[in-house]
Design a protein around this ligand. Structure first.
Ligand SMILES: [Fe+2]
Length: 152
């Protein structure tokens, strides 16, 4: 599977988990469980981008500086997740405020990648290399115990 498709699925999956968490009294599945899924999924997403996707793109001069630009943004998202974890109360105002911040940051991240970086990556590296990167991402997720069927 193309890495760009896989990473786009990650964005959509995370955004929909965030939207589920906006309902403070989600009883269908406890909000703590939903947060745990979101936390794992987002951290894994950032890890595969930093360890697999971006370094490969950076081999192409067109993408020089991508890591330097993206890692601080990822660290900011990790900080928000840490703060949410520490609160451990999805129904609280503080948690909901952080959730809104996270949603904003993630939607900007997704927009930038899907509208700009991914199309340029496909054009520069070609579908075969992007597909190979998708396999490596899948493998890393598999080793971390995250299967594609769970899509997280
Ligand atoms: Fe991403």
């Amino acid at each position: 599977m193309l890495a760009t498709e896989l990473l786009t699925n990650d964005h959509n999956e995370a955004l929909s988990l965030i939207d589920e968490l906006k309902d403070r009294h989600n009883n269908e599945r406890g909000n703590r469980d939903i947060f745990r899924d979101l936390d794992m999924a987002l951290r894994m997403h950032m890890r595969v981008e930093e360890e697999i996707f971006y370094p490969e793109l950076e081999k192409d001069v067109e993408f020089k500086g991508l890591m330097a630009e993206s890692v601080p943004e990822h660290n900011e998202a990790r900080q928000i997740l840490d703060d949410m974890e520490a609160l451990n109360n999805p129904a609280s105002d503080e948690f909901q405020k952080l959730l809104a911040e996270l949603r904003f940051a993630l939607s900007q991240h997704a927009e930038k990648e899907e509208a700009d970086i991914f199309p340029r990556a496909l054009a520069s590296l070609g579908p075969d290399r992007i597909d190979e990167l998708g396999n490596r991402i899948d493998q890393m997720k598999g080793e971390a115990g995250m299967t594609r069927t769970a899509n997280l």
